[in-house]
Design a protein around this ligand. Structure first.
Ligand SMILES: NC(=O)c1ccc[n+]([C@@H]2O[C@H](COP(=O)([O-])OP(=O)(O)OC[C@H]3O[C@@H](n4cnc5c(N)ncnc54)[C@H](O)[C@@H]3O)[C@@H](O)[C@H]2O)c1
Length: 322
């Protein structure tokens, strides 16, 4: 019987994973929570498939796992897997790039509406016995406000579509698109600076990497409208937090909705928690019961499809299948 080995996971019991493996007639094991290369080597000797979250899958690991046909990631990020080494050996590398794009784009919209309709502030005021609107004035009609997405990938486009449905006018920027272009789903592309200058909402959807670290810094904040709101559901490091805190304190921009932080968990006494013009959520964007189900089951499905000799739903090196 072909054997799938889970080498690490912080996603709890593996009942869902076992259910999928059994449907295919394969066995599945989670012998231990591996952290190091040595840990992994100690459990993969007779594995046909490896399912991994963060543990290293290196050349040395692959040398110690001669039967492996597929390495399958729990989630999106495959930086712990040596994809080149897998490809050389004809080993498929799979991930689940889209398990939470609906949830994260919903979170961006939820944070946007919380600020643009004053929901959190009004909730706090009503509990204090204040039935007035002065704490949130002025709010503006959403129809016609500009929702700018930074990054035009999967999550940004889903957020843009939802924002448009509510009445926002949508624009976007992305290093992969020329300003002046229009995406196939109808989003006008502008330069980063134009987006900052024109948007009432600036919603971040770029990965954290050298080119996006502190993309929102003092210079970027100074180009935003004074009434603008910043939404970050991408990664904390895309924003220079200290500078943002100052900009929010000085009302240089109107507010921020943040799901991700440079330090996670966000310390309880962090300066952001003292500001009344921010709405904070604890890196919750990815979460729903449905997305968690996909996160646990789809890596095993991908692995099992490869072991069954078929193309999996997601594969990063499809050339190994031919
Ligand atoms: N809050 C959460 O729980 C949560 C969950 C999943 C993903 N995320 C974050 O959301 C991000 C976006 O996810 P996605 O699935 O849409 O990714 P994606 O890969 O589909 O899209 C990212 C886009 O960003 C663009 N980009 C890269 N550098 C840029 C730059 N300097 N300026 C403008 N555009 C740039 C890329 O060209 C790409 O089109 C992820 O990288 C991740 O950090 C957060």
């Amino acid at each position: 019987m072909k054997k799938i080995v889970i080498i690490d996971s912080n996603l709890g019991a593996i009942d869902l994973e076992r259910g999928i493996a059994e449907q295919y007639g394969f066995s599945i094991e989670f012998p231990k929570q591996c952290k190091t290369e040595e840990d992994v080597i100690s459990v993969v000797k007779d594995a046909d498939a490896i399912v991994v979250q963060y543990a290293p899958v290196t050349r040395k690991v692959l040398d110690a796992a001669p039967n492996v046909k597929v390495v399958s990631e729990y989630g999106v990020g495959v930086d712990s897997i040596d994809i080149a080494a897998c490809t050389e050996r004809g080993i498929a590398v799979c991930n689940v790039p889209d398990y939470s794009y609906q949830e994260v784009s919903d979170q961006a919209i939820a944070l946007t509406l919380a600020l643009d309709r004053g929901v959190v502030v009004l909730d706090k005021e009503i509990r204090k016995g204040n039935y007035g609107l002065s704490a949130v004035k002025p709010l503006h009609r959403i129809a016609g406000r500009v929702f700018g997405v930074v990054g035009l990938g999967r999550i940004a486009r889903a957020a843009a579509q939802k924002a448009r449905g509510i009445g926002y006018q949508v624009i976007g920027t992305d290093i992969a698109f020329e300003p002046g272009a229009i995406t196939d789903d109808g989003i006008p592309v502008v330069s980063f600076d134009e987006l900052l200058a024109q948007s009432d909402i600036v919603s971040l959807h770029v990965p954290l990497m050298a080119g996006t670290k502190h993309l929102i810094n003092a210079a970027a904040l100074s180009k935003m409208k004074p009434d603008a709101v910043l939404i970050n559901t991408a990664r904390g490091g895309v924003v220079d937090t200290e500078t943002l805190v100052e900009a929010l304190k000085n009302r240089q921009i109107r507010g921020a909705g943040l799901d991700v932080f440079e330090t996670e968990p966000l310390p309880k006494d962090h300066p952001l928690t003292a500001l009344d013009n921010v709405v904070l959520t604890p890196h919750a964007g990815y979460y729903s019961e449905e997305s968690l189900y996909e996160l646990k089951t789809r890596p095993v499905e991908n692995a099992a499809e490869v072991l069954a000799g078929r193309a999996p739903r997601n594969i990063l090196n499809p050339q190994v299948l031919t």
